[in-house]
Design a binder for this molecule. Structure first.
Ligand code: GLN
Length: 305
């Protein structure tokens, strides 16, 4: 396995030069375009890593399935889905368009920015500080890593430049999909996106969803089976934004990407995978990361279909 991963990294490294690191959040420009790493943790808790597997980067949109799980644990599901839909949007992750053109104006799903902002608003807590503490402790619990922290520079950079997300937040509030203070919701959203992780953390979280919410090592149930299933289903239908169909066809694994260059994949009952490659394609997915997952899906027969 170790040599398969090493070879996959070296054969796909060339694709990193075809992509670009995210620049619309200024702090993300500092990423190294050539970085590429992977970590797999299987159901027997064997860990295999290669390349830049332990470099830190921000989780960005991979926070969306995690916050969705928390929102579904904190609220009645009917209430959650009265605020956010269940359908792929077919639009870029930061599109605002369907908030106007959809009949209901409801954000399409929790994996795109508009839907994720609505989901973040559902995290329970008496004030922003308590919500933030609950949010970060949930990430730490899923990753089994108490040292996870918010990258303050990325958080500030995003808060300063996130006017498109701000616009969506105010539309969502106007149309009844967010209750409470929009700036507080956005603050929490920017913070969840700025949590710093590595591929090991992603593989660990991916494994938990793969194992239907039970911690493999301790047997502890952390997320219900139904919620784990829902999260993986959203990852299949919407996890790679408007490239989700192509990814399902070529790779066939529930996965979620982020503009920090991460991809978290969850192979039901088998393994969690974390990939990192900050050079992105036009749709905001890690360009070499996609290739790596395509290769591994074939080599290790991971396609769930
Ligand atoms: N924080 C990013 C944003 O809101 C997340 C987007 C992403 O990773 N696709 O724009």
């Amino acid at each position: 396995m170790k040599s398969i991963l090493k070879n996959t990294i070296s054969s796909n490294k060339k694709y990193t030069s075809n992509g670009k690191v995210a620049s619309y959040i200024p702090e993300l420009k500092k990423a190294n375009q050539d970085d590429l790493g992977i970590c797999i943790i299987d159901k027997n808790n064997n860990m295999y890593c290669a390349g830049d597997y332990n470099k830190k980067f921000t989780i960005q949109s991979i926070s969306k399935p995690i916050v969705l799980a928390l929102a579904l644990m904190d609220n009645e599901w009917e209430y959650v889905f009265s605020k956010v839909g269940m359908e792929p949007s077919g639009d870029p992750f930061n599109s605002i368009m369907k908030l106007e053109t959809n009949d209901t104006k409801k954000p399409c799903n929790p994996m795109i920015n508009a839907g994720a902002i609505a989901t973040t608003a559902l995290i329970k807590g008496k004030d922003l500080q308590e919500k933030e503490e609950r949010m970060i402790s949930f990430f730490r619990k899923l990753a089994k890593n108490d040292s996870l922290q918010i990258n303050e520079d990325v958080y500030k950079s995003e808060k300063l430049t996130g006017d498109r997300n701000r616009a969506m937040g105010y539309l969502l509030k106007n149309d009844g999909f967010i209750e409470g203070d929009v700036e507080e919701v956005l603050d929490l959203y920017f913070k969840q996106c700025s949590i710093e992780i590595d591929t090991v953390d992603l593989a660990r979280i991916g494994l938990l969803f793969a194992n239907y919410g039970i911690d493999m090592e301790t047997g502890e149930r952390i997320i219900s089976e139904d919620i784990s299933r829902m999260v993986k289903t959203f990852m299949v239908t919407c996890g790679m934004y408007d490239a989700s169909g192509e990814f399902a066809l070529k790779v066939g694994i529930p996965a979620k990407s982020g503009v920090g260059g991460g991809i978290m994949a969850s192979v039901p009952k088998r393994m969690g995978i974390g990939v990192f490659g900050p050079a992105l394609d036009k749709k905001g997915n890690s360009i070499a990361g996609l290739k790596i997952l395509e290769d591994l899906s074939k080599k290790l027969e991971l396609n769930i279909f």
